[in-house]
Write a protein that binds this ligand. Structure first.
Ligand code: ADP
Ligand code: NI
Length: 214
């Protein structure tokens, strides 16, 4: 009984994300849902909680909502009315809150299901899909693909960074190449290692082509 919920959220989530361009579109959700299925099966996590959380994880994100507090209330109200039960609802909300934590010391995920969803979300930022998302995001911000004079983010001033003095290739070093070491689960890490190798091979070719060498 606890597993029967209504109304199914998929249509609502899809409608809300249909015209998203910050890299959190519906197909990102689709991929994260598919990936949690794979990891949950391998890790023995509760697949229902993982999939439900994957489906909802960006709903209250402040990048998607002019009023994130209202979006958070909407999410809580939906979960309360959904029939999943207060325990599952609280679990889903806890995972989403931990995933979207901004600021200093990142709190660790408490539950296996949280670890699985966070891994799947991070996996979508790396590998072939991750590469596509970087260039889509950079293009939407009118940033260049590469500029050999652009320094690592840590060495840019806040003003330089905000002025858009950032490139798609730079984002690999700022974030993407660091993600494999942040994986929570063994299976997630294995998937991340494969995607990481693909990005390294991609970058090797990119620089060789940049210099006209291959
Ligand atoms: P999330 O909210 O999922 O943690 P972000 O909003 O940081 O992730 O990123 C969403 C997507 O946009 C990711 O695929 C990420 O690599 C890409 N992205 C974010 N910031 C940049 C950037 N400065 N340059 C290029 N791509 C970026
Ligand atoms: Ni996400």
């Amino acid at each position: 009984m606890r597993r029967a919920f209504s109304p199914p959220p998929k249509r609502g989530v899809r409608a809300k994300l249909a015209h998203e361009s910050s890299g959190h579109d519906w197909w990102h959700i689709h991929r994260v849902v598919r990936t949690v299925r794979t990891i949950a099966r391998e890790e023995g996590a509760d697949g229902f909680v993982c999939e439900l959380t994957a489906l909802l994880h960006d709903m209250a994100d402040d990048k998607l909502n002019a009023d994130p507090a209202a979006a958070q209330r909407e999410l809580e109200a939906w979960l309360a009315a959904s029939g999943v039960g207060p325990e599952t609802a609280a679990h889903v909300l806890e995972i989403i809150a931990t995933m979207s934590f901004k600021g200093g010391s990142r709190p660790p995920m408490r539950t296996l299901e949280g670890k699985v969803v966070q891994d799947a979300d991070r996996l979508d930022a790396i590998g072939a899909v991750g590469i596509s998302r970087v260039f889509a995001y950079s293009g939407a911000k009118n940033r260049p693909i590469h500029d050999p004079s652009v320094m690592p983010r840590e060495r840019m001033t806040e003003a330089e960074y905000r002025s858009g003095n950032d490139t798609a290739i730079n984002h690999f070093y700022e974030k993407l190449l660091k993600l494999k070491d942040l994986m929570n689960t063994d299976y997630g890490r294995r998937m991340a290692e494969e995607r990481h190798r693909f990005m390294e091979a991609y970058l090797d070719r990119f620089y060789a082509e940049w210099e006209g060498l291959s």
